[in-house]
Design a protein around this ligand. Structure first.
Ligand SMILES: [Zn+2]
Length: 257
């Protein structure tokens, strides 16, 4: 008998990051019957991008409401009334996310790698916040008002595989415009990647979910560049989700049985 699927919490910076980077993993986990939650660190509840995010999660099969921490997106000041994510007091952010982890009790956290996948300051900050809160949640003497301690078993840091999707991402990044640096590099070599999740079987769900982020398609040259790709290139771009695995307890927790 295969083990029961893990409880998973995805922690991402902006509405759309959950779909672009980890949407296929979430859809596969939901197909296995896993409980999947999402914390998005920027944007406030009730804003258009929050509503689009709910639609995207539905397309992935995630029926639980996303938690919006409601810090301001670094690129969009009116995304929230709270301070910018990267400028708010870090200790308060960690306490807040710790409370959500202790309440939701995930065995696995999905978040971004230390470079925020491609260097976005909100992504880098979200990585640091997720790791700090995953450790803090297990320490009962820290933030006692945030609920009983909870031990996360493993954290999976999503990254871009240089060999699988590096060149496709370079095409997308080059399409961002004249200010794009053609030598800009990001991603991880294969020998650093611990887990490759093949999401080609749920790519239609992932693509439908991404298209729910309607206002972002109007704003973002990156999303429009993804839409303009030929289907095989788009599959290379979005069909694999690759992770660096960090076990917080011996043995950790596998994503799939
Ligand atoms: Zn983002």
């Amino acid at each position: 008998m295969s083990p029961s699927p893990p409880r998973v919490l995805c922690v991402q910076a902006h509405p759309d990051d959950e779909t672009i980077w980890t949407g296929g993993t979430m859809a596969r986990l939901r197909a296995d019957g896993a409980v999947v939650d999402l914390v998005t660190t920027t944007w406030a509840p009730g804003k258009p991008r929050h509503l689009e995010l709910v639609d995207a999660l539905r397309a992935l099969g995630v029926d639980r409401e996303p938690v919006m921490l409601g810090y301001a997106d670094g690129g969009v000041a009116d995304s929230a009334d709270r301070p910018a994510l990267v400028a708010a007091p870090f200790d308060e952010e960690v306490a807040e996310l710790t409370a959500h982890i202790r309440h939701l009790r995930p065995e696995v956290i999905l978040t971004t790698d230390a470079f925020g996948i491609y260097g976005h300051p909100d992504h880098i900050h979200t990585h640091r916040l997720a790791l700090a809160a995953a450790e803090a949640a297990a320490e009962r003497h820290l933030y006692p008002a945030a609920g009983p301690a909870w031990q996360v078993s493993s954290v999976y840091l999503v990254t871009v595989s240089e060999s699988r999707s590096g060149s496709a991402w370079q095409r997308v990044m080059a399409a961002r415009g004249a200010d794009a640096d053609p030598a800009f590099a990001f991603g991880s070599p294969d020998d650093r990647i611990d887990e490759v999740v093949d999401v080609r079987g749920v790519l239609d769900l992932k693509w439908r979910a991404l298209q729910q982020h309607r206002t972002e398609f109007e704003r973002s040259r990156t999303l429009r560049a993804i839409r303009a790709l030929d289907e095989p290139v788009r599959e290379a771009l979005l069909g694999w989700e690759c992770y660096l695995r960090r076990d917080l307890v011996a043995g950790g927790r596998a994503l799939f049985g």
